[in-house]
Design a protein around this ligand. Structure first.
Ligand SMILES: NC(=O)c1ccc[n+]([C@@H]2O[C@H](COP(=O)([O-])OP(=O)(O)OC[C@H]3O[C@@H](n4cnc5c(N)ncnc54)[C@H](O)[C@@H]3O)[C@@H](O)[C@H]2O)c1
Length: 437
């Protein structure tokens, strides 16, 4: 099929490359000329495992092109809208200016019988509003919402082999829209991927409901960590014990510094804002608490750091922060808990050095006042404490014996409950973690 992908960021670039991999003819469109130039040259503009290989493979077939010119989308039978929906600067609501601008730029190039497919995460009701605009401009075209559930770090795998597909379709063009999307996703459907057909409002809500649930699960275990801290319990043992109940499950019950990134925090806030507009705010008021628990972990991390310094003042203390990305296997620093803690420590006059396997360049752009190091060894050289704030595999597997000789004082604070506490203590380190004695 001929497909266009409007917006080639973390979601769209992967989607475009994967659609070409599935055999479609794809044009990716973005307003960012630098991103388009990189993608057109077969280079990934951000770190995502498997994406460089996929760009090379799909690029070699001639089925994948990138441009800043939205007119190049005119041939497409299906247009995927994948632009950003960040939090507005002045409220919790989603900023829809990118979606609206992309949609309006695309409209003149939509063929009379094409399908426009929204993938961005939007407040419920957005699809209906855009559908009215599309119906007025192109009466034969239809608008579908097909939310995306990919996880950064696993984006290629998740796009090629999704755990479910959700099509939010209009009543009047249901069969045609479903048939077209079934053609787009023929390969994953043939692999047995469950496919749910809903109305558009339900599809929009599915995405924010899923993210709200995941955020709630993380904040639940972090609330338990707060209680463990005051009562002398161990939240990792608590999580193991409750997680064995199949109704609860162990996944997403890792207590630590909490969630961040370009999705969960802004999605739960946008959900609250939209619910308020719909006079249904009590239904999701618990998300305010989910957000507060999450943010409290960051200040608690600062307190733990102060505690581990054994009375030495934080001001002037040398602190190594391992991790800047909001999660491992990504270079994304949007609302990164790790970077936030580094900034809080810096604001209290600690001498902070940050390192990350992939996210230093992005972190430097966002927080240029912090100091950065390229390697763990460089970062920990002569420090008074080491903080592990993003659970990259290379940090989980650090050899405490080797690092011992590099630091000024062997103190480690595990912000992700990712280290082997006994191994670090046995190697002579003073070990502290969130939610554990
Ligand atoms: N990143 C994820 O893991 C993920 C997962 C699921 C859903 N989502 C949702 O997908 C959407 C995109 O997220 P992202 O992380 O890819 O954001 P992003 O900021 O990485 O990418 C957005 C891209 O859209 C481009 N853009 C903006 N206006 C444009 C226009 N008018 N025309 C063409 N391109 C335009 C930007 O230049 C940018 O490259 C958001 O709604 C997000 O909530 C993201």
């Amino acid at each position: 099929m001929k497909i266009s992908v409007i917006g080639c960021g973390y979601l769209g670039a992967v989607h475009a490359a994967c659609m070409a991999q599935l055999g479609h003819d794809v044009v990716g469109v973005d307003v960012d000329a630098g991103k388009v130039a990189a993608l057109a040259a077969g280079r990934a503009p951000f770190y995502e495992p498997g994406l460089p290989e996929l760009l090379a493979e799909a690029g070699a077939t001639g089925r994948l092109t990138f441009t800043t010119d939205v007119a190049a989308a005119a041939d497409a039978e299906v247009h995927f809208v994948c632009v950003g929906t960040p939090q507005r600067a002045d409220s919790y609501a989603a900023d829809l200016t990118y979606v609206d601008a992309a949609f309006r730029a695309l409209l003149p190039h939509v063929a009379p019988d094409a399908v426009v497919v929204g993938k961005s995460t939007v407040p419920v009701g957005t699809a209906g509003r855009l559908a009215d605009e599309l119906a007025a401009a192109r009466p034969g075209a239809s608008l579908v919402w097909n939310p995306e559930f990919l996880r950064e770090g696993f984006a290629v795998q998740d796009t090629l082999h999704p755990d479910r597909l959700v099509y939010g379709v209009p009543d009047d063009a249901r069969e045609r829209a479903v048939a077209l999307l079934d053609q787009v996703y023929a390969t994953p459907i043939a692999e047995g991927t469950p496919r749910l057909v809903t109305d558009r409002a339900t599809a929009e809500l599915v995405k924010v409901a899923a993210n709200s649930f995941l955020a709630t699960k993380i904040s639940f275990i972090n609330a338990m960590a707060e209680l463990c801290e005051v009562a002398g319990g161990d939240v990792t043992q608590l999580a193991d014990a409750i997680g064995l109940d199949e109704r609860i499950g162990r996944r997403f019950l890792n207590a630590g510094l909490g969630f961040g990134g370009g999705c969960l925090p802004k999605d739960i806030r946008a959900f609250m804002a939209r619910a308020e507009e719909l006079h249904a705010d009590p239904a999701v008021s618990f998300l305010r608490e989910v957000d507060s628990i999450n943010l409290r972990r960051r200040e608690r991390m600062v307190d733990l750091t102060v505690g581990v310094l054994d009375g030495r003042p934080l001001a002037g203390a040398r602190i190594a922060v391992l991790g800047a990305a909001f999660k491992p296997d990504s270079d994304d620093v949007r609302d990164s808990p790790a970077l936030d803690v580094a900034e809080r420590l810096h604001a209290r006059s600690a001498r902070v050095v940050v390192t990350d396997p992939q996210a230093v360049a992005n972190a430097r752009r966002k927080a240029p006042h912090l100091r950065y190091a390229d390697t763990v060894e460089e970062a920990v050289d002569g420090v008074d404490a080491v903080l592990v704030l993003t659970e990259w595999r290379e940090y989980r597997e650090l050899d405490p014996g080797k690092l011992f000789g590099l630091v000024a004082a062997p103190r480690v604070v595990d912000g992700r409950n990712a280290l082997d506490a006994d191994a670090w203590r046995d190697a002579g380190w003073s070990y502290r973690a969130l939610g554990r004695p």
